[in-house]
Design a protein around this ligand. Sequence first.
Ligand code: TYD
Length: 139
Amino acid sequence: MPTVDDVKIIELPKVTDPRGNLSFVEQLNHIPFEIKRTYWIYDVPGGEARGGHAFIHNEEFIIALSGSFDIVVDDGNQKKVFTLNRSYYGLYVPCGLWREMENFSTNSLALEFGSTHYTTDDYIRDYDLFIKLKHDEKK
Ligand code: TYD
């Protein structure tokens, strides 16, 4: 099963131009899965945290299109914090990891691509259950 060492910052193409810069992402290229879903998180009030959960199957690719925020990933054994603060970096988060998003700057915009359609069945929202499942995996 994936660990926090499988979470990767991926640098995206940046086409610099005096008229304004341009970046892009392609599925199965920069994003290592087929995109089934795109959503975005915005208008986050100061001090709020989002995304305290794990996905069973859904893989994610997260970009800070504007502003900055931290993504804390946890495999039940180890935690890592990734700060996204440039629109030409993405974070690949495999399935099976607990992840939270915090320290959103004012007017930050988080763009997220997912490998599955939305379903509540794919969520683990109870941290104790997540840890239990991780320990059971090792048996
Ligand atoms: P959720 O993933 O729980 O966000 P967070 O973990 O950051 O709190 O989503 C919040 C709500 O939005 C949840 O009730 C379901 C809904 N939602 C969808 O309908 N479709 C989606 O693709 C996502 C990500 C969420």
